[in-house]
Design a protein around this ligand. Structure first.
Ligand SMILES: Nc1ncnc2c1ncn2[C@@H]1O[C@H](COP(=O)(O)OP(=O)(O)OP(=O)(O)O)[C@@H](O)[C@H]1O
Ligand SMILES: [Mg+2]
Length: 355
């Protein structure tokens, strides 16, 4: 069983439209070297019909967070605290049977590598039909028809014929489409897409992104979209959450975060990522240093060992080393700089470098 302790005095989960609400989430893995706190006090909301983009360097806890929402960690090695409420249902305390009922039905996930979701031993059509048959209790024939319909929806030509193929008979882009068809077959309210297009070439990537947008329009699902690509986020998401070392450091609408980012880590990310509008010769500057070990995370602000703005923070010397900055509600960034400083530094020192 997953160990559960409710955060003391935590606010009752209350998403804007009561859809997905995560409060003070903590995920700790026991490893041979000691406990790894992969997610540490994370809170966010997702409204129905909206897309939340999650960005952050490798190891920041993006996948762990979302696998936790779907209850996909091995409970023997994982301790999960906090609250995850989906449409009024608390998921951390849910039984494995309840989570099984949820997965593939109300909530689904698509991954970077479709072969993690598709079995090589069954036809594509059968793999799409099965969750539909199980959750909707329909006949084999009706489920098969639904699979063919879904393959058509995701743009597979000759869907009736192709449904009889095995995954290895599909190209990479088609396998990705098939996995999306499988994820959406039961019309989930929540879709989590973890780097769904990273492995695809640019043309196929654009087609898949368009497909996801169309399907969201049609099904009205809430989508969590994880990617390293800020261009994709700008295109797909309504809101952004920037993660660093197991927590959110900045949150806001896409427009707010991309036009007026407030956190030194977000500035570093923007500076290190190719921009849609930049020419290919613009040199990129990676953030100096590397993400911290989650076995022994830094004290205070976890970003402080890599941050070049600490000496501008008002108050006691070493505040960033001693005191963890918290993320407020709504538009927020977890940094001890004042709101004025964040605005001025971005406009005067960071923005000119991005242009
Ligand atoms: N089962 C596990 N046991 C121990 N540590 C784990 C486990 N799964 C993930 N971690 C650790 O948790 C941290 C967060 O991992 P996660 O996979 O969420 O990163 P991510 O942000 O998705 O990175 P990427 O962009 O590379 O996919 C990493 O330090 C990772 O090593
Ligand atoms: Mg990941």
């Amino acid at each position: 069983m997953t160990t559960v302790t409710k955060p003391e005095g935590a606010p009752a989960a209350n998403a804007p439209d009561g859809f997905l609400s995560v409060r003070d989430l903590q995920v700790t893995f026991s490893t041979e070297d000691g406990p790894v706190k992969a997610v540490d006090g994370l809170s966010f909301d997702l409204a129905r019909g909206r897309t939340l983009g999650i960005v952050g360097e490798s190891g920041s806890g993006k996948s762990v967070t979302n696998l936790t929402v779907l209850g996909l960690h091995n409970p023997l090695f994982t301790k999960t605290d906090g609250e995850i409420v989906l449409d009024g249902k608390e998921l951390i305390t849910a039984t494995e049977k309840e989570m099984e009922e949820l997965r593939g039905n109300r909530a689904a996930m698509i991954f970077q590598d479709p072969l993690t979701a598709l079995s090589p031993f069954y036809t594509v059509g059968r793999q799409i039909a099965e969750p539909y048959m199980k959750h909707r209790k329909v006949s084999k024939k009706a489920a098969w028809e639904r699979a063919v319909e879904m393959l058509a929806k995701v743009g597979i030509p000759n869907p009736r014929e192709r449904a009889k193929d095995y995954p290895h008979q599909f190209s990479g882009g088609m396998r990705q489409r098939a996995m999306i068809a499988m994820a959406l077959v039961c019309d989930p309210d929540l879709l989590i897409a973890d780097e769904p297009t990273t492995a695809l070439d640019v043309t196929v990537q654009a087609q898949i992104l368009d497909l996801l947008k169309d399907l969201q329009q049609e099904f009205g699902s809430g989508i969590i979209f994880i990617t390293h690509d800020l261009g994709v986020i700008a295109d797909m998401a309504d809101d952004i959450m920037v993660m660093y070392a197991g927590n959110a450091v900045e949150r806001g609408t896409v427009d707010e975060v991309l036009r007026a980012p407030q956190h030194p880590y977000t500035w570093g990310l923007l500076n290190s990522m190719p921009r849609l509008d930049s020419d290919l010769d613009t040199p990129l500057s990676p953030i100096p240093g590397s993400p911290p070990s989650l076995l022994h995370p830094p004290s205070g602000c976890r970003f402080h060992p890599r941050c070049t703005f600490q000496d501008r923070v008002a108050g006691a010397a070493g505040r960033c080393v001693d005191e963890r900055p918290l993320l407020g509600p709504d538009r927020a960034s977890a940094c001890h700089l004042t709101a004025d400083q964040k605005r001025t530094i971005f406009i005067e020192e960071i923005k000119p470098r991005l242009a």
